[in-house]
Design a protein around this ligand. Structure first.
Ligand code: SAH
Length: 258
């Protein structure tokens, strides 16, 4: 049984290990994938089980997912559990491992490139920089119980570079909380939507104006806050992505300048 990180979207960012494991998969259990092409690496006759959210239907519970993994592994199948980004970064991969270990099912983790790293990279934002940022923090912008959302944020708010995943719904609240904890309104912010895909867009601003400027963005998006976020204005290297047509480049340029 393999718990495999599928990376942030672009199939080129899969690891060799992920591809090798997918090639021998008997069963693939996956959520909504940033890029369905990734499944094409698996044998045609491999069973594909979708366990993500479906519009209008209640989503499959974590317990049900665990049961599927356990029963398929017990059937002697090579099971690949595919997860976006890295399986141990907000992917509930740990919970699945606990369930497998509880049933004495052997597993291997294949790390993936997390969007926490890929989104800033693809927007031209270094996470650390000599004399500017010596650390970065990755934090969730969403919790099931709202009262947990800003736990420990008196420290988190002052990270050199703050990377927030799942933060779009609570963007306003997050900005307010950062200001309450003393981050100034002119702190640079960049939001990278659909990073590494051909629809990637970046919006830059400050704590004061980002909510307004990013109003049209949707998920999945990664929020980067701190002095280095400003680099997205100068180091946005992805204006001529190798595999994309002229049309999307123009679109991308407009999105960035708008
Ligand atoms: N395990 C995943 C994260 C799961 S949480 C990983 O390591 O990347 C889901 C959140 O990841 C989204 O809400 C968004 O904040 C971020 N995300 C995932 N894919 C993204 C992408 N292509 N571009 C920007 N952010 C992305």
């Amino acid at each position: 049984m393999y718990l495999v990180g599928a990376g942030p979207g672009d199939p080129d960012l899969l690891t060799l290990r992920a591809i090798n494991v997918l090639k021998k998969a008997g069963v693939i259990v996956y959520d909504r994938l940033a890029n369905p092409e990734i499944l094409a690496y698996a044998p045609e006759d491999a069973e594909r089980i979708y366990v993500g959210k479906r519009p209008g239907q209640s989503s499959i519970s974590q317990q049900q997912i665990n049961r599927i993994l356990i029963s398929k592994a017990n059937d002697g199948k090579i099971v690949v559990r595919l997860k976006g980004g890295d399986p141990f970064v907000f992917g509930r991969g740990g919970e699945e491992c606990v369930a497998l270990a509880g049933k004495k099912i052997l597993f291997e983790i294949v790390p993936g490139i997390s969007s926490a790293l890929a989104a800033p990279a693809y927007a031209g934002i270094p996470l650390t920089h000599r004399n500017v940022a010596r650390s970065f923090t990755v934090v969730t912008g969403y919790t099931k119980n709202e009262e947990d959302l800003f736990r420990n944020w008196e420290h988190i708010a002052h990270s050199d570079t703050l990377v927030i995943l799942m933060g779009m719904k609570n963007l306003k609240k997050i900005i307010n909380q950062l200001k309450l904890f003393g981050r100034t309104g002119d702190t640079p912010v960049a939001i990278v939507e659909k990073a590494t895909s051909r629809h990637q867009r970046t919006v830059t601003g400050t704590l004061n104006n980002i909510t307004e400027k990013a109003a049209y963005l949707s998920s999945p998006a990664t929020i980067v806050i701190g002095e280095l976020a400003e680099f997205a204005n100068t180091l946005a290297w992805r204006t001529e992505p190798v595999n994309f047509g002229q049309e999307s480049i123009t679109e991308l340029r407009q999105a960035i300048s708008g």
